[in-house]
Design a protein around this ligand. Structure first.
Ligand code: ADP
Ligand code: ADP
Length: 228
């Protein structure tokens, strides 16, 4: 069975329907782009799949467990151990250096300080920003910050990376470079990726694209042009 799946996922914000019954299955190591116009429910779907939001109806299943039924504490633990999350911008802690930011998830997982710092430094190197280890986010470019945020999202070697417009705040060229790095490292790790985007150049990195329109899957599947 799929690593992660949503079945008939429904989610409303008060009276506003955001998802009206969406099905999606993601296999181990698979990179799936979720596209569609602004407001169609992409972020809400990502938040439901990542266990950040609970669906109002339908199920979200991870490794055969219905995580939509889990407590907030259990979902939070799952996010620390099995999932990585990457958002558009501004997710690094401004008071901490790059290496301290990347070490955080390891410290939360119980690693010792020296070990966490050393592994974090390796991950900065892997994303091509080793020289930024002692810099704070305010001193970095947007692309550098997203490389650090990527190192932080992947440092625990999650099974699934949830990326919500991860390059949306970057210029096109920088965004493509950073996305190339995200995808390269995810493939090296065998990490599945749920990639929310409205950009064709970003969707093109995915194995598969699903298109949302107004809270449902677009039956035509006509998206941004991932090879089908
Ligand atoms: P997308 O990511 O495709 O832009 P969203 O999932 O953010 O779409 O939003 C889907 C719909 O839900 C939109 O109509 C949006 O305005 C609404 N929405 C999203 N988040 C909230 C919220 N916190 N409160 C109320 N409405 C929301
Ligand atoms: P995106 O389209 O990139 O998903 P949005 O600008 O739609 O981003 O949403 C940014 C944040 O605002 C999200 O946390 C979302 O949940 C919230 N949000 C979106 N729409 C609404 C809304 N109508 N009312 C309240 N919060 C909203």
């Amino acid at each position: 069975s799929a690593l992660l799946s949503g079945t008939n996922v429904v989610r409303n914000y008060g009276a506003t329907p955001a998802l009206r019954g969406v099905d999606l299955a993601v296999d181990e190591g698979e990179i799936v782009a979720v596209t569609g116009p602004s407001g169609c429910g992409k972020s809400t779907l990502l938040h439901c799949l990542a266990g950040i939001l609970r669906p109002d109806a339908g199920t979200v299943t991870y490794r055969d467990q219905n995580i939509g039924l889990w407590s907030e504490a259990a979902r939070s633990r799952l996010r620390r151990t099995d999932f990585g999350v990457l958002f558009q911008f501004g997710q690094l802690v401004p008071e901490l250096t790059a290496v301290e930011n990347v070490a955080l998830p390891l410290l939360l997982a119980g690693s010792g300080r020296r070990e966490a710092r050393s592994v974090a430094a390796e991950w900065l190197d892997r994303l091509g920003v080793a020289e930024l280890a002692e810099q704070r986010p305010g001193a970095m470019s947007g692309g550098q910050q997203q490389r650090c945020a990527t190192a932080r999202a992947l440092v625990t070697q999650p099974r699934v990376l949830f990326a919500d417009e991860p390059t949306g705040a970057l210029d096109v060229l920088t965004g493509e470079q950073v996305l190339g790095e995200i995808v390269r490292v995810a493939r090296e790790l065998g990490t599945a990726v749920v990639l929310v985007t409205h950009a064709a150049s970003v969707a093109a990195y995915a194995d598969r694209e699903i298109v949302l329109r107004d809270g449902v899957l677009d039956p035509t599947g006509l998206g941004l042009g991932v090879a089908r």
